[in-house]
Design a protein around this ligand. Sequence first.
Ligand SMILES: Cc1cc2nc3c(=O)[nH]c(=O)nc-3n(C[C@H](O)[C@H](O)[C@H](O)COP(=O)(O)OP(=O)(O)OC[C@H]3O[C@@H](n4cnc5c(N)ncnc54)[C@H](O)[C@@H]3O)c2cc1C
Length: 405
Amino acid sequence: MSDTTDHTSFDLAIVGGGMVGNALGCAAADAGFEVCVIEARAPLTEWPAEEVDLRVSALSRASQRVLENLGVWQRMQALRVSPYTDMHVWDAWGDGHIHFNAAEIGQPNLGHIVENRVTQLALWEHLGRFPNVTRLCPARIVDLQTGPAPLLILEDGSRLHASLIIGADGRDSRVRQLAAIATRGWEYDQHAIVGTITVQRHHQFTAWQRFMPSGPLAFLPIDDGRCSIVWSTRPDLAEGMMAMQDADFCAALSEASDGVLGEVTGVGPRGLFPLRLGHAETYIRQGVALVGDAAHAIHPLAGQGVNLGFLDAASLVEVLIEARDAGRNIASEATLRRYERARKGANLGMLAAMDLFKRFFSNDILPLKLARSLGLSLADHSGPLKHLIIMRAMGLAGERPTLAR
Ligand SMILES: Cc1cc2nc3c(=O)[nH]c(=O)nc-3n(C[C@H](O)[C@H](O)[C@H](O)COP(=O)(O)OP(=O)(O)OC[C@H]3O[C@@H](n4cnc5c(N)ncnc54)[C@H](O)[C@@H]3O)c2cc1C
């Protein structure tokens, strides 16, 4: 579906209509910019309400605020969002355990488990309501020119001019590659298996995460009583489990979860995602900015990826509005640097923390096992420190762009 075939000139050309690109598009359109969103995958034509999407994300309160302020949260609630009030995290070795509870910090919940397609669809529909938005879909970019007059070339040969090109095209970003922006990072020795399961006992609107030396296993509550799983484990184990019959897979999962919700009684289709850490060396080039996974790919163990991406989007739009209102060039280096300064350090901090966490928990060295067992128990009884951890995970601590308040 293309809203127009007349690809003229735009303020912003956003490559990638995933969750982050679409959120950025809505925020920029709301602020009056002429926006074009180019998305490679065709949008959903029917809504499979009974099935739970393989891909879900734990959305923080800060992300919820962004989506509320953009005017799409109600639509998402009508499609399906699953609040969770508690989170239990424990180590497979020893007694280390921490329990987070929303009431402890006076909140109704800790966040929501939301299928990625719910967020994407609500934002995509909303984009379609703006007269100043052009959606090109399915359409794919094949080339771009950076510089004072940025240009995109699409697969069908058409050319598109924009004051600023934004790469929101995910972890393997073509925009990032074409703009010659290098990344730092490495493959994790873990793949994530995802899927939807039925369990013997109700999840109690609680997210459960067990750390094993091979990687963490999370049961994320869906409001119909099912759970979405993210099971990060060694690639060879993951491939073996992907090949298992459903009954064997359920048995393996029951054991790995320590029977926390009783037996796993059923599983739907499974998906496998190799995990990688990646951080763009710079978020900007002349006429180009990166947001979301195009700028940073993070281990999913604390469910932060898209939450960081929404803050990128909110922050970039804020900087662009300020520049425009002050009569400055929205694509000048000074403008884009302000965006990079606002986000790169914060994202790097979270990437590093999750990397450390992953290493700390994925090993069998006795002193470290003792340290993490003690660490979890101390943190569980630490009062203000524990509250700070919750507030940070919910995106309620530290500086936030206006759209996330
Ligand atoms: C197993 C797993 C669990 C996760 N759990 C969580 C969680 O609980 N919480 C959380 O916050 N994050 C989580 N994440 C991370 C989250 O999924 C990502 O951070 C998020 O999807 C990034 O969104 P994005 O819009 O930046 O990129 P993407 O979702 O990758 O979207 C990019 C879009 O760009 C399009 N595109 C790509 N190339 C082109 C091109 N050349 N031309 C046009 N369009 C193009 C694609 O079709 C796609 O729609 C998880 C990730 C994994 C792997």
